[in-house]
Design a protein around this ligand. Structure first.
Ligand SMILES: [Zn+2]
Length: 318
């Protein structure tokens, strides 16, 4: 959502065929042989070498040949908004280094040459748009976010009421009542005071965006434990063992970097690894402690021999 607010204001400068040919030449390619500049796979798209968006605001770079390289979908998705070189040589999921792409150093050198081939345009959006227009754009953005949040909560409220009313089983107060109560408030600020550097579950769901399809009832949320650099979560054992629910949604907020991670974990995966997880029979829950840093981010670390990894279930950010 926020990205589309930024992307929609970024101009595109179409390159001429000559410019494309010249660009490919710098990368050691030709029009008849275009491959991913990062890994060498078949190219399916053009990727912005320098990200257009950072911290939800335009970086000033635009869509133009000096800032575009051919890429494959795997690389484009994995790279996200990272600086290309750190990402290529880093341990991100599906980064060229992680995928053990051969001749990595040569590829890096070609991209270094590409960077110095042409000075990219750098635009001061705020200044050019003018204070008023710029403020209006971001006011629109906040209004839309608020409205989306409200739509989501209203829908959840209706769904829960309808489900409770049409359920053949007697409604159990303990399960339904708290959800309904939560569903009534429409502003994140209506919830318990937050610790500095922490967000609450509603704020996290709002930030994850509407496309993540998260609601309070299906989401487990944790702020990072900054003393131990882990996320702690207690998942009700019934949710894991009953098989009624196919997936669990985890939202993990890292206050150190302001990153929000979304993991969608099949309950079958938890069931098949139950012996290696910390099942607390007294609290009827599965207690997870997930590592917040590389290497092995999202690995369960208690018990220490657990070795159960959840990184493969991370969802793409919006
Ligand atoms: Zn690639």
């Amino acid at each position: 959502m926020t990205n589309s607010f930024v992307n929609s204001i970024i101009p595109l400068f179409y390159p001429t065929e000559g410019e494309i040919e010249e660009a490919l030449l710098v990368l050691g390619m030709s029009l008849s042989n275009v491959t991913c500049a990062y890994c060498g796979d078949t190219a399916s798209e053009w990727d912005h070498l320098r990200p257009l968006v950072k911290n939800k605001r335009p970086t000033g770079y635009v869509s133009e040949i000096a800032n575009l390289v051919p890429a494959c979908g795997k690389c484009n998705q994995s790279k996200g908004g990272s600086y290309w070189r750190d990402w290529m040589l880093g341990s991100a999921v599906r980064s060229p280094r992680t995928r053990e792409v051969p001749d990595l150093e040569t590829r890096v050198q070609k991209l270094v040459a590409y960077e110095s081939w042409r000075e990219p345009r750098r635009v001061d959006f705020e200044n050019l748009a003018g204070e008023e227009l710029w403020a209006k754009h971001w006011r629109n953005h906040s209004r839309l976010l608020e409205l989306m949040f409200e739509c989501q909560q209203t829908a959840e409220e209706i769904r829960l009421v309808v489900k409770a009313a049409s359920s053949s089983e007697p409604v159990r107060d303990v399960e339904v009542a708290p959800l309904l109560r939560e569903g009534h408030a429409t502003r994140p600020t209506a919830y318990s005071p937050k610790k500095a550097g922490a967000v609450d579950k509603r704020e996290a769901i709002r930030r994850a965006g509407l496309h993540a399809n998260l609601i309070v009832a299906n989401t487990h949320f944790a702020n990072i434990n900054v003393a131990k650099d882990v996320w702690w979560l207690d998942i009700p054992l019934g949710k894991v063992t009953s098989g009624d629910q196919h997936e669990l949604e985890l939202l993990l907020y890292d206050a150190r970097s302001d990153d929000l991670h979304h993991l969608r974990i099949p309950t079958a995966y938890l069931r098949s690894n139950l012996a290696a997880l910390n099942v607390r029979q007294d609290k009827k829950c599965v207690h997870l402690e997930l590592k917040a840093d590389d290497p092995h981010r999202f690995r369960n670390v208690v018990p220490i021999s657990s070795g159960v990894d959840f990184a493969q279930f991370e969802q793409e950010p919006s």
